[in-house]
Design a protein around this ligand. Structure first.
Ligand SMILES: N[C@@H](CCC[C@H](N)C(=O)O)C(=O)O
Length: 285
C-alpha cells in the first residue's frame, strides 16, 4: 500500500485501516491520538491488517485504545479494503478476528469498486462467560439491570463475537442512551464492559435501534449491534428473520437462523487515503 492509511465508513461508523508493520504501534496512546477528531485523523476505531493472505488477520481497536473482538461495520470496511487494494483475489474470503472467523462476500460495481458486503458473522451465544459476565451460569435474558444512579433496565445479554446488552422500548429516547450508555458500559455486572442497544420494534421484520458502543460511545451505526439486537428480538419472538435494522446512519439487513448463525449485509464507502504528517508522527510513541 502506498499510503499510510485508508479511511472508510459503514453507515457513518468510520474506521481507519492500517497495515501491521507499516503502521504506528497500536499502543493505547497512539490509538487514542489517531482516532481523535481534533488532534488526529478522527474515527470510531482502527482496523489493523495482520496476516495479509486468506484467512486474513484483523485486529480492531476502539478510540479509547481498547481492543474489540469483532466489528460489523469494521468488517465491511476492511473487506472493501482487502479487495480494492489487491490483498483479496476472490469475491469471497475468510477473516480471522479475536471474536472468531467470519466470511465476507463483496459486491463489486461496474467501476470495480466494492459497494456492499455480506458477512457470515458466525454464531451468537447467550453463555455468560462469552458475554463476559462472571459468577453465573444461566443466560441473562430479560433481567433487570440496576445502574449506579438507581435506574432499572430490563434487558438481555448476548455475544456475537463481542458483548452486547439489548433492551426494548416503546419509544426511542436519544437522551436516555446518551445519559445511561456509559453507566451500562461500566456496570459491575460486565467486568469486560459492554455495547448497548435500545430497540424499538417497528414490524414483523423491522426494528429501530440506538447504540452506545464500548470504548467509543454514541455511534451512528454498528454492525455487531444490529446483529445483537436482531438476535435478541428474534429469540424473544418479537420479530422474524430477516430483520431490517434502522439506525441514524442507515439500514442493515440481518439474518438469524436456527443454527444460531448470523449474516449481515450492508453498504460501505471509502472516504480518503492519506499520509501521516511528520508533525503527527512526532507525537506518536
Ligand atoms: N462499530 C462496531 C463495533 C466495534 C467494537 C465495539 N465498540 C466493541 O468494543 O465491542 C460494529 O460495527 O460492530
Amino acid at each position: 500500500m502506498k499510503t499510510d492509511f485508508v479511511k472508510g465508513h459503514g453507515l457513518g461508523n468510520d474506521y481507519i485501516v492500517m497495515v501491521e508493520g507499516a503502521s504506528p504501534k497500536m499502543t493505547e496512546a497512539n490509538v487514542r491520538l489517531l482516532c481523535d477528531r481534533n488532534y488526529g485523523i478522527g474515527s470510531d476505531g482502527i482496523l489493523l491488517l495482520g496476516q495479509p493472505t486468506p484467512p486474513f488477520g484483523l485486529r480492531i481497536f476502539n478510540p479509547d485504545g481498547s481492543e474489540a473482538e469483532k466489528s460489523g461495520n469494521g468488517l465491511r470496511i476492511f473487506s472493501k479494503f482487502l479487495y480494492e487494494y489487491g490483498y483479496a483475489k476472490e469475491l469471497s474470503f475468510p477473516i480471522d478476528t479475536k471474536g472468531g472467523r467470519v466470511r465476507s462476500t463483496v459486491t463489486v460495481g461496474a467501476d470495480g469498486r466494492v459497494t456492499a458486503v455480506k458477512v457470515d458473522m458466525g454464531r451468537y451465544s447467550f453463555n455468560p462467560s462469552d458475554v463476559g459476565i462472571l459468577g453465573r451460569s444461566n443466560p441473562m435474558i430479560e433481567e433487570v439491570l440496576r445502574l449506579e444512579d438507581g435506574t432499572e433496565i430490563r434487558g438481555s445479554a448476548v455475544s456475537v463475537g463481542n458483548p452486547h446488552f439489548v433492551f426494548f422500548v416503546e419509544k426511542i429516547d436519544e437522551d436516555f442512551i446518551h445519559e445511561k450508555g456509559r453507566m451500562i458500559e461500566h456496570n459491575k455486572v460486565f467486568p469486560k464492559r459492554i455495547n448497548t442497544q435500545m430497540v424499538r420494534v417497528i414490524g414483523r421484520n423491522e426494528i429501530e435501534i440506538r447504540i452506545w458502543e464500548r470504548g467509543a460511545g454514541y455511534t451512528l451505526a454498528s454492525g455487531s449491534s444490529s446483529c445483537a439486537a436482531a438476535t435478541i428480538a428474534v429469540h424473544l419472538g418479537r420479530v422474524q428473520s430477516p430483520v431490517r435494522v434502522h439506525m441514524p446512519g442507515g439500514i442493515l439487513m440481518i439474518e438469524v437462523d436456527e443454527n444460531h448463525e448470523i449474516r449481515m449485509e450492508g453498504p460501505v464507502e471509502e472516504v480518503m487515503t492519506g499520509h501521516l504528517s511528520p508533525d503527527l508522527k512526532k507525537r506518536l510513541e
